[in-house]
Design a protein around this ligand. Structure first.
Ligand SMILES: Nc1ncnc2c1ncn2[C@@H]1O[C@H](COP(=O)(O)OP(=O)(O)OP(=O)(O)O)[C@@H](O)[C@H]1O
Length: 313
């Protein structure tokens, strides 16, 4: 079997049709080894369905998926031993403690009793769950519960980890802690695929993002590349005197070779490079035009998302 050394996952023309509805529509993408890959999309976009197919929980209608070079439909058992999965399907037992859950899942993963005990202690420590290790998890907070879910999925030290909406429903502080945990997994060399509805989360964590809408891959790239697709930074200048507006606009037009937008004494112009700001300020100063306010706005992931999915929802 020829294995592509670069990719952890290769998805080719993947489609899932439920009854009449196409949940995933001819999606092709590759996930590189060692990267954090984000599947981003609104509710019902097809993220979970895609993840369930990659992780062999759901059979594709058509298309193929390879994990570390192995076809998931032909080698499902082998492939399943290659990754950890956590999120919407985690099935830890509510009535017993975190320690007992970790012990049970360790034994299910084939560890001996003493290995299971050792791994359980390591994971309780790594996920800061020692203090509550012996309490019933029905008393756990959402954040503790997520950490336990993640700990369970890491028992076998998988190098490929799937996280389905890892921070949905968590408060901002717990969400930040979860991000730190995810980053530390990346430092240890794991490849991570996560789904999220949060633009900010994708921006914070992902090396590359696939934007999915109505089952289709709308765009793929690094956060910076996606932002560049909707245009670069914008300069906004507020002039002291409104009678300078026309002159200032034409100075900037000549320099940037674009049409500056003017609204009263506020001018807005797209920038190719933020270094252009200094020269614009110099030119305005030479022309004795005073400004009272200046801002350079970078496009946000929100801008990207709305631009890419505009008119489709
Ligand atoms: N088992 C199923 N049977 C029928 N339709 C389904 C099934 N699972 C998902 N769907 C439909 O497929 C579409 C995609 O759903 P999916 O759960 O993959 O979206 P999602 O992007 O993960 O959304 P969310 O953020 O809400 O989890 C939705 O319209 C959903 O109703």
């Amino acid at each position: 079997m020829i294995m592509n050394e670069e990719y952890a996952i290769e998805i080719n023309d993947l489609t899932k049709v439920f009854a009449k509805q196409t949940a995933v529509d001819h999606v092709s993408l590759n996930v590189k080894k060692g990267e954090v890959f984000g599947l981003l999309g609104p509710n019902g976009a097809g993220k979970t369905t895609t993840l369930r197919m990659i992780t062999t929980l759901l059979k594709p209608t058509s298309g193929s998926i390879k994990i570390f070079g192995y076809d998931t439909q032909k080698n499902d058992k082998l492939v399943r031993s290659m990754f950890g999965l956590t999120g919407q399907y985690a099935s830890v037992d509510e009535d017993i403690s975190a320690r007992e859950n970790l012990m049970i899942f360790s034994r299910l993963n084939g560890l001996t009793h003493s290995e299971a005990k050792k791994r359980t202690n390591e994971l309780l420590e790594e996920f800061s769950l020692q203090a509550s290790a012996d309490k019933s998890i029905s008393n756990f907070s959402g954040g503790m519960r997520r950490r336990l879910d993640l700990a369970v999925s890491l028992i076998s030290r998988p190098t490929l980890i799937f996280l389905d909406e890892p921070t949905t429903g968590l408060d901002p502080r717990t969400r930040t802690q979860m991000w730190d945990t995810i980053r530390s997994l990346v430092e240890q060399g794991s490849t991570i695929v996560l789904t999220t509805q949060y633009l900010e989360e994708a921006d914070e964590l992902a090396d590359r993002i696939a934007v999915i809408d109505h089952g289709k891959l709308v765009s793929i790239g690094s956060p910076a590349e996606l932002k560049a697709q909707v245009g670069g930074a914008k300069l906004q200048l507020e002039l002291l005197n409104s009678q300078d507006t026309t002159k200032a606009a034409s100075l900037i037009d000549d320099f940037l070779h674009i049409k500056t937008q003017a609204k009263k004494q506020t001018l807005t112009a797209p920038l190719e490079d933020t270094k252009q700001v200094t020269e614009i300020l110099n030119k305005l100063q030479e022309a004795a035009i005073s400004i009272v306010n200046l801002s350079v706005e970078q496009p946000s992931m929100d801008d990207v998302f709305f631009a890419l999915t505009a008119g489709k929802n």
